[in-house]
Design a protein. Structure first.
Length: 482
């Protein structure tokens, strides 16, 4: 499916400013064509296109790997059985490089205009996109990427550690750039709409993204991630972070063109898809109010009667054929894809889960409080009522383990691009069931193969990096994985 590229006629993504050096050129400027743009002009296309792409790929890729949903009927192995095609990551590769380039162009325009706030926002967007890219593939071209206008057509692949060092330094720089007292000249964007808190909301997103990436690399003890996270958390004046639902980064898709759902036909969201047993069984154990939001009820036909049997999924990567299931399993609730909807970017609940993990590991006090608050926010931010006895159950009460925190975080990250998969690669949680029908020896893939086009278009650098990796192997770990 093609994500819609319709913001501002896409002319806004073309930074072709002309410097006039002759009278002829001055007289032949097209009055209907933009000669200069403001950095703010580039903002909505980047946010919308990346946000809608991420939501769609969460559904089409992440959710199958992470046993949220399954393809059913299942005629081919597919992602749920760890059968990855050579080009499985091509769409994200292409999308992220396109919008990384636009973020870099926005940054350049902001510097030119002397606008530090838009420079900081552009840096944040660049980091958001690049982090996802490298966490999908590992080493990727970064420092010399998007330099075709400088005749650099074959960029080298950069080490993931060096990319992360650069991204984290960029976020530190971005935070220092913000001038929250600066008057707004342009309207807010599709992510943050309140002009009264606009700059501070973006700064909170920048620093919360900083926390996410520090936690991502926390297994690399030499990077001192936990102490760096504490530096941010313990200094809210210098490093404000997302601290309420209003300041979270949640793209509201209004349904008003061009801000529309990535599913042009909402029925495609549920077509040949069922909810996975793992996803629903836990929510059933939790007696969780999110069940009717995420899924429909399963049923069985008895005689001429349709008997509702509650929320019941299909086991991911199930053994045997499709005919073994004598019920119509729960499918996805298409309200998640219908206009209006939301594409989560970085929520307040995620920030609270980060704090809960830090506390569980002894770096902050109050692990149970953060855990409960995070779970509550993950539920109530969906417009649902939190059951008063939710934490009375053995399956939901805080038990002091990282596994318990990560299981609930898994649900908080539902439909949030590839974040469930990234967090699984970092922690090994939640513990997902395995079957004999899984390929790759039942091992969760650590990465997607490089796209086929890159193997030919940037052949020399591709061959160099895969020789260092020992092949373009889906089990080659991220630098930050244990």
């Amino acid at each position: 499916m093609t994500i819609k590229h319709i913001f501002l006629g896409i002319a806004t993504t073309m930074l072709l400013t002309t410097s006039c050096t002759s009278d002829f050129e001055e007289k032949n400027i097209d009055p209907n064509r933009l000669q200069q743009i403001s950095p703010a002009t580039l903002l909505n296309p980047i946010i919308y296109e990346v946000g809608s792409h991420n939501m769609y790929r969460s559904w089409s890729h992440n959710n199958h790997l992470m046993q949220d949903i399954v393809v059913y009927p299942s005629e081919v192995p597919g992602l749920q059985r760890y059968d990855l095609s050579d080009d499985v990551g091509a769409s994200s590769w292409n999308a992220y490089y396109r919008w990384m380039k636009n973020a870099k162009d926005m940054e350049a325009e902001a510097i030119k205009a002397g606008d530090v706030n838009y420079q900081a926002i552009a840096i944040t967007l660049k980091v958001w996109v690049t982090a996802n890219l490298t966490d999908i593939f590992g080493a990727v071209p970064y420092f010399d990427a998007s330099k075709g206008d400088e005749k650099l057509l074959y960029p080298a692949f950069d080490d993931q550690e060096k990319i992360y060092d650069s991204l984290l330094a960029d976020l530190e720089k971005a935070n220092a750039l913000y001038d929250v007292k600066r008057k707004m000249i342009y309207n807010p964007d599709v992510l943050y709409t309140d002009s009264a808190t606009y700059w501070s909301d973006w700064q909170k997103f920048t620093n919360s993204l900083h926390l996410r990436l520090l936690l991502r690399i926390s297994n690399k003890t030499e990077k001192n991630s936990y102490q760096r996270m504490l530096t941010i958390i313990n200094d809210p004046v210098k490093y404000p972070i997302i601290n309420d639902v209003k300041s979270q980064a949640n793209l509201k898709i209004t349904g008003v063109t061009p801000n529309v759902s990535p599913w042009s036909r909402v029925q495609d969201f549920t077509l040949s898809r069922k909810m996975a047993s793992f996803f629903l069984d836990n929510l059933n154990d939790f007696k969780d109010p999110r069940l009717p939001l995420y899924a429909t009820e399963a049923y069985r036909v008895e005689g001429k009667n349709k008997v509702i049997i509650g929320y019941k999924g299909i086991p991911s990567a199930f053994d045997g054929n499709d005919s073994q299931f004598n019920y119509e399993a729960s499918t996805l609730n298409n309200i998640m894809a219908a206009n209006p909807t939301e594409s989560p970017v970085l929520t307040y609940a995620e920030v609270l889960f980060m704090k809960a993990e830090l506390a569980q590991k002894g770096y902050l006090p109050g692990a149970e409080s953060y855990y409960k608050e995070a779970v509550k926010l993950a539920i109530t931010s969906k417009g649902l009522v939190m059951p008063t006895n939710y934490f009375d159950l053995e399956s939901t009460k805080y038990n002091g383990t990282l596994e318990r925190i990560m299981l609930q975080k898994y649900y908080a990250l539902y439909m949030n691009d590839y974040q469930q998969w990234f967090e699984y690669k970092r922690t090994g949680y939640p513990v997902l069931p395995k079957t004999k029908s899984m390929l790759n020896e039942g091992k969760m893939p650590s990465r997607f193969p490089y796209p086929i086009s890159i193997r030919t278009q940037n052949k020399t650098n591709y061959e160099k990096i895969v020789s260092q990796m020992g092949g373009d192997n889906i089990n080659y770990k991220m630098w930050w994985q244990n």
